[in-house]
Design a protein around this ligand. Structure first.
Ligand code: B12
Length: 234
């Protein structure tokens, strides 16, 4: 291993949680920005996904790698801070119905908090009804939905439709993301925005809250859809 960055990536892929967290701490103390550490975690998980696809890894390997990645997120959380405790508004954030993936969602939550949002973590496998209930309960300004499976992406559309049906859509912005999600998909389901990674999710959330384009949920894709912020994945 030639440097802590590749060391951390190798340790995550190998599912060596302690080594991975130690490497993440070393990267953080070496003044690597949380964004860069997050990008390295994403790189490691992309490699895990590649090995799963080629049959080199099975579910257990994917799980231990995920645990190692979560440990690194703990280190990143210590670096990104909490950024003013909700002064920008409240976000309900969750992985959609049927989806258990939460590493990306958790990263997004960290960057949203750091940007100044209060984040209500709805967890994983969140039904449209539960999203709607949490939005009302917490008077949320923004809903963030994550999907990592092509089979769970439609749950995002079902959630937007339910918000419209319940009259909640005008008061809450909807931001979507996750590996298979695209800007075009976001527009098709009537979401207000999409971002490809956690730092850009925080930027997109701020833009939406500070008076981004208004959605037109009843008339199909909103004319003023906030396009994907440009930048690298991770
Ligand atoms: C880790 C992992 C798991 C872990 C999840 C553990 C956990 N706690 O999350 C476990 C082992 C549980 C798992 C299970 C499964 N998995 Co899986 N998994 C992965 C893997 C390897 C990594 C995902 C990850 O954490 N990436 C790292 C994070 C940082 O990236 P990210 O999630 O994309 O998030 C970033 C952006 O997308 C964005 N983002 C994410 N959410 C949001 C939300 C908003 C609002 C915004 C704006 C942005 C945003 O910002 C994030 C940070 O930068 C991926 C491979 C891959 N290439 O994605 C497969 C993958 C997603 N899994 C896959 C599959 C098939 C499964 C299973 C069906 C396997 C099975 N046979 O059981 C199950 C399904 C379980 C379920 N019902 O959800 C496939 C999906 C294929 C597809 N086309 O749908 C993949 C792509 C693997 C593959 N190459 O085949 N998996």
């Amino acid at each position: 291993m030639d440097c802590p960055r590749s060391g951390m990536i190798e340790a995550i892929v190998a599912g060596e949680a302690k080594t991975a967290a130690a490497m993440a701490a070393s990267l953080a103390s070496g003044a690597l920005a949380p964004e860069e550490i997050a990008a390295a975690v994403a790189e490691a998980m992309a490699e895990v996904g590649r090995r799963f696809e080629t049959g080199e890894f099975y579910l257990p390997e994917m799980l231990v790698a995920a645990e190692a990645a979560q440990g690194c997120l703990g280190v990143i959380a210590g670096c990104v801070g909490r950024g003013g405790g909700g002064r920008l508004g409240t976000v309900v954030l969750g992985s959609v119905q049927g989806d258990q993936h939460d590493i990306g969602k958790n990263l997004v939550g960290m960057f949203l908090r750091s940007a100044g949002f209060e984040v209500v973590d709805a967890g994983v496998d969140v039904s449209p009804e539960d999203f709607a209930r949490l939005i009302v309960e917490h008077e949320a300004d923004l809903l963030g939905m994550s999907a990592l499976l092509t089979t769970t992406m439609p749950a995002m559309g079902r959630t937007v439709a339910l918000l419209t049906e319940r009259g909640l859509r005008p008061r809450v912005k909807v931001l979507v993301g996750g590996a298979p999600v695209t800007d075009g998909f976001a527009a098709r389901i009537g979401a207000d925005g999409y971002a490809p990674n956690a730092p850009l999710a925080a930027r997109a959330a701020k833009a939406l809250i500070r008076g981004g384009p208004q959605p037109r949920p009843d008339t199909g894709p909103p004319g003023g859809h906030v396009p994907a912020a440009a930048g690298p994945r991770g």
